[in-house]
Design a protein around this ligand. Structure first.
Ligand SMILES: [Zn+2]
Length: 216
């Protein structure tokens, strides 16, 4: 397979509502945060793992095209979703390498400043704590308040998605699928608790590698 080019799509992910992508809760303490967001261990700033973005893009496309009847990723090794997002190694696939690479999305410089200010003023470590209650339906009272950490609305991340173009690939079709996945993600939610309002995102200032506007 001959690699023709890499198309590089960049832009911003704007958080319209608070985002929770779990960091595993590895530091459970009494009275502490048991549900933290994922952060870079070097600087403690939150980021959006490429795997989270890619996984959500894929699952939304699979729902749309009914490619996930059992809830698992499509394994047909024939459709554009398998071609773009990859197939499991066990498949007898003639699709070649996974076409898209989704980088980790890090904070924009402006949002880094915003979170630094928030840390100085409120003492929070680059995220907000939100208490989630489940309601006791018989008594109508809240029970088990549990703090969930989330990256606040208004924060922006820089994203980069690369499309590998091989000889014979339907480049325009692949770019259209990518755009469709991003539109679906805007209509849906990223990260946890989407049905409770978390994770509404907007893609902005999208460009390709030539600097031309990449219209979703
Ligand atoms: Zn497939």
């Amino acid at each position: 397979m001959k690699l023709v080019t890499h198309r590089v799509i960049t832009g911003k992910i704007k958080l319209v509502t608070g985002l929770h992508i779990g960091g595993g809760g590895e530091t459970i303490q009494i009275g502490g945060m048991d549900n933290p967001v994922i952060k870079n261990p070097l600087d403690n700033y939150p980021y959006i793992p490429g795997s989270s973005l890619k996984g959500k893009m894929r699952s939304l496309l699979e729902w749309k095209y009914d490619k996930s009847p059992d809830g698992n990723p499509c394994k047909c090794s024939q459709c554009d979703i398998c071609r773009l997002f990859g197939t499991s190694g066990a498949d007898d696939s003639t699709l070649g390498p996974t076409r898209i690479i989704v980088r980790d999305a890090h904070l924009t410089d402006g949002s880094r400043d915003t979170l630094n200010r928030m840390r100085q003023e409120k003492g929070l470590l680059y995220a907000e704590e939100k208490y989630e209650n489940s309601i006791d339906r018989l008594k109508g009272t809240a029970k088990n308040p549990r703090p969930t950490e989330r990256v606040p609305a208004g924060i922006d991340f820089d994203f980069e998605i690369v499309l590998r173009v091989f000889d014979g690939d339907q480049e325009v079709t692949h770019l259209d699928k990518l755009k469709e996945a991003l539109r679906l993600l805007q209509a849906d939610a990223l990260g946890g608790s989407g049905s409770r309002g978390y994770g509404k995102v907007q893609f902005a200032d999208c460009k390709d590698e030539t600097g031309a506007e990449f219209i979703l």
